[in-house]
Design a protein around this ligand. Sequence first.
Ligand code: HEM
Length: 184
Amino acid sequence: MKTNILKRHAFRCLLALHFFGLALTLGTRFANLVIGRETSGGDLRTLAFGRDLTGSLAQTLVPPGFLLMAVTGIVMVVLRYGRHPPLWVWIKVGLNASALLLVSPFVAPALAAARQWAHWSVEHNRLAPEFQDAAAQASFYGSIVFSLFLLNIPVAIWKPVSISLAKIPALRAWRAEHQRQREL
Ligand code: HEM
């Protein structure tokens, strides 16, 4: 009885932290959109300053926010569902893994290139032609990652597939067969 109450309180604390991580990650993205809009129409120095600002916000707030969400999410899964989480949890894990896989090869280099060309433009007193290209790429890949991230919200709220993978008959049969072969 006492364990159940403790578990319930722990779950609520974790959910609050999960939302805190969500607020950090989403808030940074929206702040970056506003900074980008306000600084792109100004002079080259303002443009470079805007790029530096959005870069440092993304580097300092997004990783801890995202990490907090992932860690609290995983602990909530363990607390509530044990070793057999429902399918919607795996959908969330898949969405986050796909988003993470796109960040380092596509988003990060494009952001770094846009920042570098913005500084080059200040030094040479003319907008580098490469800047627009790098900024467009960063915005394109960034939008894909952000959409994958946002898809977690409907999945978490409506929990479209509430069955556990362990309850799918074909998978259960495969697991039993695998277990039997290991025991031989
Ligand atoms: C590996 C990553 C994640 C895991 C394992 C995870 C897991 C969970 C779990 C177990 C819950 C509690 C659901 C329940 O009431 O049973 C939850 C709630 C929630 N998660 Fe996540 N989560 C992850 C990442 C995310 C991300 C990236 C977002 C948003 C972009 C998100 C948005 C939400 C929302 C909005 C809720 C509240 C749902 C509700 O109260 O009905 N989660 N998550």
